[in-house]
Design a protein around this ligand. Structure first.
Ligand code: NAP
Length: 300
C-alpha cells in the first residue's frame, strides 16, 4: 500500500510526488497517457521563475527524472474510480487496484475539440491539437491556428518559423494571450490574423485542404486553403470518473480552494483540474506542493 496515490503525471502531479517523497511518504503516480501533461506540447516556456527558456518536453522530463529519482513509482494506467477501503482509500485503474492512505487528483485538462462534423475524420490528416508534435509535417506549407489564448499564440509563433504562412483565426479582436507574445506575433510577416471569426467547416477528402471561416460581424464565409489546422481553443477537464468522490463544478472542474482540499477527507486536488482563476505552470507546481503537504499532514 502506498501512502499517497497521485492521479496524473503532469506538472501538478509530479511536483506533488517530489514534495511527498521528500517528506518520506511512499508515492505511486498513475498516468493515463505520457508524463508531463499539457506542457509537453509547449515549444518554449519563458515564464517559469528562474528559467529563462526551456522547452516543455525538457521541463517535463526534468520533473519526471526528479520525481522518479526521489523514489516515486510512476505507472502508466488510467484511473477509473476512487473509493474507500479499510479506513483508507483505493484508486482503481483499468488494470488493478491501489489502496492508499490519501489520494491527490491531478488530472489536468484535455484539448477542447471544435465540435465540427469532419473533425474526428481529419485528425491526423491535417487537423492537430499539438503544433510542436505535428508542425514539422507542414514545413513550407500554409497552415492555420484557431484560438486566441497563450497556446494558440505560442503555436502560431512556433509555426511561423516553419511554415510559409500562418493564419490565426480567433473569435474576438482581442487576445487572451500574454501581450508580449501577441506583439511578437503581430510583428511576423508571414502571419495573418483573421479576427472576429470562427472556423465553421473543414474541407478535404483524404486530408485537410481548406478551412471555412465565418466572419462573426458580417456573417460572410470564406475558404482559406491550408494543409493543416492547429486547434488551440482551450481545455476541458476529465474528472467525471471521480464525481462520486469529489464535487465538480458545472464545467467538470473539481471544486476546491487554494488549500487543495476536496469535500472528501483524504482526497486532495492539484493543478488545472480544479476550480481556479489562473492555470499556469507556476500555479500547477504551487498546487502540487500544497496538496502534497496537506496529504502528508492528513496521513500524519
Ligand atoms: P485559453 O486561455 O482558455 O484560451 C482559449 C482560446 O480559445 C481563447 O482565446 C478563447 O476565446 C478561444 N475559444 C474557446 N472556446 C472556443 C470555441 N468554442 N471556438 C473558438 N474559440 C474558442 O486556453 P489555452 O490557450 O489552451 O491556455 C490554457 C491555460 O494554459 C491558460 O491559463 C494559459 O494561460 C495557460 N498557458 C500558459 C502558457 C505559458 O504561460 N507559457 C502556455 C500555454 C498555455 P476567448 O478569448 O474569446 O474566450
Amino acid at each position: 500500500m502506498a501512502d499517497i496515490v497521485i492521479i496524473g503525471a503532469g506538472t501538478a502531479g509530479l511536483t506533488a510526488a517530489i514534495y511527498a517523497r521528500r517528506a518520506g511518504k511512499s508515492v505511486t503516480v498513475l498516468e493515463a497517457a505520457t508524463y508531463g501533461g499539457q506542457i509537453v506540447n509547449t515549444p518554449d516556456i519563458e515564464n517559469y521563475p528562474g528559467i529563462k527558456h526551456i522547452s516543455g518536453f525538457d521541463f517535463a522530463t526534468g520533473l519526471y527524472d526528479q520525481a522518479t529519482s526521489l523514489g516515486a513509482e510512476v505507472l502508466f494506467e488510467k484511473a477509473v474510480s476512487i473509493g474507500d477501503r479499510d479506513g483508507g482509500k483505493v484508486v482503481r485503474t483499468v488494470l488493478g487496484e491501489y489502496p492508499c492512505k490519501a489520494v491527490i487528483i491531478a488530472t489536468g485538462a484535455k484539448n477542447r475539440p471544435l465540435g465540427l462534423e469532419e473533425e474526428a475524420r481529419l485528425v491526423g490528416h491535417g487537423v492537430s491539437y499539438c503544433a510542436t508534435c505535428d508542425g514539422m509535417f507542414f514545413k513550407g506549407k500554409d497552415v492555420a491556428v484557431n484560438g486566441g489564448g497563450n497556446t494558440a499564440v505560442e503555436d502560431a509563433l512556433y509555426l511561423s518559423g516553419l511554415c510559409r504562412k500562418v493564419y490565426v483565426v480567433h473569435r474576438r479582436d482581442q487576445f487572451r494571450a500574454d501581450a508580449s507574445d501577441v506583439a511578437k506575433l503581430k510583428a511576423k510577416e508571414n502571419v495573418e490574423l483573421v479576427l472576429d471569426s470562427t472556423v465553421t467547416d473543414l474541407v478535404g477528402e483524404k486530408s485537410l485542404s481548406a478551412v471555412e471561416v465565418t466572419d462573426k460581424k458580417s456573417g460572410q464565409k470564406r475558404e482559406i486553403p491550408v494543409s493543416a489546422l492547429f486547434v488551440a481553443i482551450g481545455q476541458v477537464p476529465d474528472n467525471t470518473a471521480f464525481a462520486n468522490e469529489v464535487e465538480l463544478d458545472e464545467k467538470g472542474y473539481v471544486l476546491a480552494g487554494e488549500d487543495c482540499l476536496t469535500r472528501s477527507p483524504g482526497v486532495f486536488v492539484a493543478g488545472d483540474c480544479r476550480t481556479k482563476t489562473l492555470r499556469q505552470l507556476t500555479t500547477a507546481a504551487s498546487d502540487g506542493a500544497i496538496a502534497a503537504s496537506a496529504a502528508c499532514a492528513f496521513i500524519g
